[in-house]
Design a protein around this ligand. Structure first.
Ligand SMILES: C[S@@+](CC[C@H](N)C(=O)[O-])C[C@H]1O[C@@H](n2cnc3c(N)ncnc32)[C@H](O)[C@@H]1O
Length: 289
């Protein structure tokens, strides 16, 4: 493929460099993903409860890269069933994500009104520098691994922050998903977000070593039908998410846009139901204790 397809030569802007655009794209294009993860919250809470029979006086929850809090608020609601006193430490660098999270907490006094929140608007890396040694009973990292500069350090330090009988839960893109296959497609250099294989995550923990790791697959599908309609705003937003680029359809070379659409339509990960086209979007849920 000609070098004109390379991100730099067209000044394409990465989605993560514009937090507001990124937040919108995530909420619009991956709304089903949030529902899937919320449906897994009882399972995550149970995993933690099964290993910690005696509830601590104060249950300490740490979420890193918490986003708009939709998953965390649901999870905390389930944890409250077993642990009536929860202190939640939230680490999230994006101001708009933090704002949305705080709003959501205010809107849900019945489910998380009794949780005490401590907000840190910063990256995980910065949080680790100021961390005061507090141990946490549940450490949650959902969708953040791909953004970390030094994954190994963050994972090892996270285990160091885990209380006895505590649980780390990591949600990571599985190999059976667009986001992985797209990166492997060498014809799109510079597009997409770097991914960390779950096997690498597990290998880090096994090198420490930890007591146990267990992986489950959260099956998911993402409807991509609108990307083939070039007048669809929703389609453009989904394309932004798929390519990890702001305004991809408008700013990329038309040949590149056409090539990405062709790639999507020919992907092995596609399923068709009538007029609806979906893309496999599985996640790994890794538990560490
Ligand atoms: C895919 S979203 C996941 C949000 C949420 N945890 C969820 O599962 O819906 C990734 C989040 O990680 C945040 N993030 C990116 N780099 C980060 C870093 N270095 N440290 C902490 N959070 C980061 C982003 O701002 C974003 O909110």
């Amino acid at each position: 493929m000609a070098s004109s397809n390379v991100r730099e030569s067209h000044k394409l802007v990465k989605l993560s460099s514009n937090p507001d655009h990124y937040k919108r794209a995530l909420e619009v294009a991956l709304a089903d993903r949030i529902k899937k993860l919320q449906a897994y919250c009882p399972e995550m809470a149970k995993y933690c409860m099964d290993s910690m029979e005696t509830p601590p006086h104060v249950f300490r929850f740490l979420s890193m890269g918490s986003g708009n809090g939709q998953v965390d608020v649901t999870l905390l609601g389930h944890l409250l069933d077993a642990y009536p006193k929860i202190e939640a430490t939230i680490v999230e660098p994006s101001p708009s994500m933090n704002e949305a999270f705080k709003r959501l907490v205010g809107e849900n006094p019945d489910s998380v009104g009794s949780v005490t929140f401590c907000w840190h608007q910063m990256t995980v890396e910065d949080f680790l520098k100021i961390h005061d040694g507090t141990k946490f009973h549940f450490i949650f990292m959902s969708g953040v691994i791909s953004y970390l500069k030094d994954v190994e350090k963050v994972l090892i330090d996270s285990y160091g922050m885990l209380a006895e009988y505590g649980t780390i839960a990591i949600i990571n893109v599985a190999k059976d998903s667009w986001f992985y296959h797209f990166l492997d497609a060498e014809r799109f250099p510079g597009l997409g977000l770097d991914r960390v294989p779950s096997s690498d995550v597990i290998a880090v923990f096994e090198s420490i070593p930890v007591k146990k790791t267990e992986t489950q697959v959260i099956e998911g599908a993402m409807e991509i039908t609108p990307i083939f309609d070039d007048s669809s705003t929703l389609g453009s937003t989904i394309l932004d998410m798929l390519t990890h680029t702001c305004n991809f359809r408008e700013t990329a070379h038309p040949t590149l846009v056409a090539d990405v659409l062709r790639y999507a339509s020919e992907s092995k990960l596609i399923t068709k139901e009538g007029d609806k086209i979906c893309m496999k979007n599985h996640r790994d849920l890794i538990f560490v204790q």
